[in-house]
Design a binder for this molecule. Structure first.
Ligand SMILES: [Zn+2]
Length: 99
């Protein structure tokens, strides 16, 4: 019997629960800068979003990111995030236990 807990997080864009590693972590660092956390190790307050420009856009438009960070997202930050999500490498293929 295999019992493996997959950590789930909610995308702040589409608000669906997804396995944490399929999502992108967006972090507001100690200086207030907002960036993607590709390593999962950045300090600061984080929010999760699908690896999709649509979800990111939605998260910003609906102010979900602002709510998560309790801080406004400037047009500049928004643009740089939108630009960056288009350049991110595809998710690392982890071998899923025979599934
Ligand atoms: Zn989503």
């Amino acid at each position: 019997m295999k019992q493996r807990k997959i950590p789930m997080r909610m995308c702040v864009g589409c608000r669906e629960m997804k396995p944490k590693r399929e999502l992108l972590r967006v972090v507001k660092g100690p200086e207030g800068e907002v960036s993607f956390d590709l390593t999962g190790r950045k300090p600061g307050r984080g929010a999760y979003v699908c690896r999709s420009a649509d979800c990111l856009n939605l998260a910003i438009k609906k102010r979900q990111l602002e709510r998560a960070f309790s801080a406004p997202i400037s047009e500049e930050v928004r643009e740089s995030l939108m630009r960056e999500i288009g350049t991110l490498p595809p998710p690392a293929e982890e071998s899923a236990d025979g599934e």
